[in-house]
Design a protein around this ligand. Structure first.
Ligand SMILES: [Zn+2]
Length: 162
């Protein structure tokens, strides 16, 4: 008789504990918010330089997650979507000036100063003492000679320094 009472007590205790525990177990709620859908895609950033007409694409494309095109455009300020498919989105920014491949060489006070047309930084200063510049070269360089690639810049500097 005593053991039956004991079993009954234990069973009741167990049920009470189970009821208490169930209050702390959370059943995951079903996701019903449609606007929280996340897309994932490869994006490629390009810059359209309007002065020279060159379109420069960033070397590495990146993978991004986004919830809407608006959200993506907020993240890449000044860019617009110029092409988009299931695999890739191309974002383009219009830039008024020249791309980084353009330079101008100007002869002044016995030195040639080469300046980047992209960021106006001086990339080289070549002293002309001892150089035999032709009248034609002098004229061209005094007016400002444009150099339109990194390779052309290297050979220009080489021509006047070696
Ligand atoms: Zn350019």
């Amino acid at each position: 008789m005593k053991s039956l009472k004991f079993i009954l007590f234990n069973t009741l205790t167990f049920i009470v504990l189970l009821l208490i525990a169930s209050r702390f177990i959370q059943v995951p709620k079903k996701q019903t918010d449609v606007s929280s859908k996340i897309y994932e895609t490869q994006i490629s950033l390009t810059q359209n330089y309007q002065k020279c007409g060159h379109i420069v694409t960033d070397n590495k494309s990146q993978r991004v997650s986004y919830s809407s095109e608006d959200e993506l455009l907020r993240r890449f300020e000044d860019y617009t979507i110029t092409s988009s498919n299931s695999e890739k989105i191309v974002l383009t920014k219009n830039i008024k000036g020249y791309c980084p491949s353009h330079f101008i060489a100007v002869l002044n006070n016995n030195k040639i100063t080469v300046t980047s047309l992209f960021d106006a930084k001086t990339v080289a200063v070549i002293k002309t003492f001892g150089l035999s510049l032709s009248e034609h070269e002098k004229k061209l360089l005094s007016e400002g000679l444009t150099i339109d690639s990194e390779e052309a810049l290297s050979s220009f500097i080489e021509d006047f320094t070696s």
